[in-house]
Design a protein around this ligand. Structure first.
Ligand SMILES: Nc1ncnc2c1ncn2[C@@H]1O[C@H](COP(=O)(O)OP(=O)(O)OP(=O)(O)O)[C@@H](O)[C@H]1O
Length: 306
């Protein structure tokens, strides 16, 4: 779907969470730098960015688990910190989640049932069967994949209006990850909510994402509809002369040349027009994957480690 054909009613959905000028410093490290962001209801977001970009810090502050140094954060119109009512509608799933030493899977589920307003026990039981997770096993004794499965079950069955998944599926194998994506999509269709997926597996989740927030060294560098973002660039190839004249002065994200043949990944402001024009000139034009675009966008921002 192109930007022009997006259902206009979906553009104006309510804001469920927002930040204004959010900054977080850890000593001399600025983990978040003036982040202003709105998360709207009933959308699946990809929160993407390189290691150390600030994704986890942003999610921790939005879920009231950490304090900002300056700036504002609101969830359902209120400050999330120590706000039980707000947090009953928020689910934050992360791999490093710690549980009390003696907790079994069943205890974790009971706690979630108690804490989360929209928890669906029947769905949780279905997911336990799907992921083959034993409820009487101590969480400490679960394998890495089983621990990840517990995380995704909690996140899905919470049906929280605002659900964050901070790479909880790192331990899942490819089959279990696919099961997670399938269950998420099917359940989201029946129970729309705001889901934020933070992941490095961009290609794998690309089709799920409706909106992309790209963070680089603590700053938001892209906040766009996923389809619009995909259509913001193309790869064009042909003879150096033809490609150069087609690209003109427009921004190039990458160029690879062999002899007199060249291939350029370039920005475009009119995707349809550019595709038609390039084809008419006999150039080869290919779409760009979200992953490719994000790699090029973030690598352009500089590579100095913090
Ligand atoms: N408790 C802390 N004390 C000091 N520095 C921290 C702390 N937590 C995060 N940082 C720093 O803040 C920056 C952002 O970290 P964050 O964990 O938010 O990144 P991320 O995008 O989630 O990374 P990854 O994809 O690797 O998980 C990093 O430079 C990190 O070292």
């Amino acid at each position: 779907m192109s930007a022009a054909t997006i259902d206009p009613t979906r553009l104006d959905t309510e804001i469920v969470a927002s930040t204004r000028g959010l900054t977080k410093k850890f000593g001399s490290v600025t983990a978040l730098d003036d982040v202003t962001l709105d998360l709207r209801e009933n959308k699946i977001y990809g929160l993407l960015g390189r290691n150390g970009a600030g994704k986890t810090t942003l999610m921790q502050i939005m879920t009231g688990q950490a304090f900002q140094t300056s700036g504002e954060v609101h969830v359902f119109g209120r400050t999330p910190h120590e706000n039980t009512e707000v947090l009953r509608g928020v689910s934050f799933i992360k791999e490093s989640q710690a549980y009390p030493t003696d907790y079994k899977v069943a205890h974790v589920l009971a706690a979630a049932r108690h804490l989360l307003r929209d928890w669906d026990e029947q769905f949780a039981q279905e997911l336990l069967r799907d992921f083959d997770l034993p409820t009487d096993r101590k969480v400490k004794k679960l394998s890495r994949g089983m621990t990840s499965a517990l995380g995704v079950i909690l996140g899905l069955a919470s049906r929280a209006p605002l659900t964050f998944f901070d790479e909880p599926y790192l331990g899942l194998d490819a089959v279990a990850r696919q099961l997670f994506y399938d269950r998420l999509l099917a359940d989201y269709a029946e129970h729309p909510r705001t889901v934020v997926l933070s992941t490095h597996l961009i290609d794998e989740v690309a089709d799920l994402l409706e909106h992309v927030v790209l963070i680089d060294r603590g700053r938001i560098v892209a906040d766009a509809d996923a389809e619009e973002m995909r259509e913001s660039a193309v790869t064009v190839s042909g003879s150096v002369e033809d490609v150069d004249s087609f690209v003109g002065a427009r921004p190039e994200l990458r160029r690879e040349s062999i002899g007199s043949h060249t291939r350029v990944l370039m920005r475009t402001t009119d995707h349809t027009e550019d595709v038609a024009h390039a084809k008419a000139l006999g150039l080869t034009i290919e779409p760009v994957s979200l992953q490719q675009l994000i790699v090029e966008t973030t690598s352009l921002q500089g590579k100095d480690p913090r």
